[in-house]
Design a protein around this ligand. Structure first.
Ligand code: DQA
Length: 145
């Protein structure tokens, strides 16, 4: 059986839809999960979509992705800007990694301009909202062939 693409989401993304809608829009995480699942069917991929508010759980899932996944789409949310533990976990991963942010982090506060995920990721998509997840899936598909 083919391995799924892990789609991992970090802290506060469970609040999408009601959290700062002027920045993140009205789309919920469940809406994004559905969009990703539909896109995956079109591309002939399977996805494993998860969200956690815990840094440690995110690290554990990234470790799990070493054996369990064919690729990783990661929106580590605020941990993108702070977590050396996530940087280290990603460094041990040998599958295509796409970093996604719904908002354009470069148009926002300076502390969001640095990401510990970006130096490890093959690609970074930000500012395109939920569409970024679909584009990341397309990009991973292209790197699996
Ligand atoms: C985010 C951007 C981060 O700076 C922020 O902490 C988030 C969401 C985004 O998807 O735009 O929680 O990753």
């Amino acid at each position: 059986m083919t391995k799924p693409i892990y789609v991992l989401n970090g802290p506060n993304l469970n609040l999408l839809g009601s959290r700062e809608p002027e920045i993140y829009g009205k789309t919920t995480l469940a809406d994004i999960e559905k969009m990703v699942a539909d896109r995956a069917v079109t591309l002939g991929l399977e996805t494993d979509f998860r969200q956690t508010n815990s840094e440690g759980e995110l690290v554990t899932w990234i470790q799990e992705a070493r054996e369990g996944s064919a690729g990783l789409i990661l929106n580590a949310a605020a941990y993108s800007h702070t977590s050396i533990a996530i940087f280290d976990a990603l460094s041990a991963l040998d599958v295509p990694i796409m970093e996604v942010h719904l908002s354009n982090i470069f148009k926002r506060e300076e502390f969001r301009h640095h990401s510990y995920v970006s130096p490890i990721a093959q690609g970074v998509i930000c500012g395109l909202g939920a569409q970024g997840y679909e584009l990341a899936l397309d990009a991973i598909r292209g790197r699996l062939d």
